[in-house]
Write a protein that binds this ligand. Structure first.
Ligand code: AMP
Length: 214
């Protein structure tokens, strides 16, 4: 299955992708995770991307398209993948179509997870991520058992640099201007399924399973 999870920052794409990869045995491809790893490792890619990420802006299309083009050719993507955070512009979506056509593949489903902006701000300001395993928590809605410590691996929890209110507002603006047009793009392509993104993680997962056909 080749799936795109579409939705604003904080909609729950990453959380749902982590469940879906277990269910379907295909990899999650998150351009945000790939870019954060590059920043952490201080690579050329990381140096190029950091200024955009810190400002809540999009990294240039050619950079992320190059990342995805390479990643989709790896062996673990042969039976499918879940794209989380890509594409984010119409140019990226067009490029994805080209890359997949060259591989003799196509997207099967695009699931759009819809959440109002005010709830996104609350979710993102409280979001904490484990440095060790990437598990996600929320200080109010899903706190860890011990403050600052991951329940699953004991790793340290941190707040992403771009999960601060000012940057969140910038990211939401970018989403509405540059990424939201993809909803219509995929609707026209007959691939779009809309999911209300409010409720528990389990409820939202069940909705996604429902549209993917159980
Ligand atoms: P995310 O973890 O998906 O919220 O991404 C974090 C940041 O990485 C974004 O705010 C962008 O700066 C950058 N980024 C991630 N994916 C993309 C993409 N497809 N296109 C451009 N920038 C991206």
């Amino acid at each position: 299955m080749r799936l795109i999870l579409l939705g604003p920052p904080g909609a729950g794409k990453g959380t749902q992708a982590k469940r879906l990869i277990e269910r379907y045995g295909i990899p999650q491809i998150s351009t945000g995770d790939i870019l954060r790893a590059a920043v952490r490792d201080g690579t050329d890619l990381g140096k190029k991307a950091k200024q955009y990420m810190d400002a809540g802006k999009l990294v240039p299309d050619e950079v992320v398209i190059g990342i995805i083009e390479e990643r989709l050719q790896e062996a673990d993507c042969a039976n499918g993948f879940i794209l989380d955070g890509f594409p984010r512009t119409v140019a990226q979506a067009d490029a994805l179509n080209r890359v997949l056509a060259n591989l003799g593949q196509a997207i099967d489903h695009v699931v759009s997870i819809e959440v109002p902006d005010e709830e996104l701000v609350e979710r993102l300001t409280g979001r904490r991520t484990c440095r060790g395993c990437g598990a996600m928590y929320h200080v109010k809605f899903s706190p860890p058992k011990a403050q600052g410590v991951c329940d699953k691996c004991g790793g340290e929890l941190y707040q992403r640099d771009d999960d601060r209110e000012e940057t969140i507002r910038a990211r939401l603006k970018v989403y509405h201007e540059q990424t939201a047009p993809l909803v219509e793009y995929y609707e026209k392509a007959g691939l779009l399924r809309r999911i209300p993104g409010q409720g528990s993680v389990d409820e939202i997962y069940a909705r996604i399973e429902g549209v993917l056909g159980g």
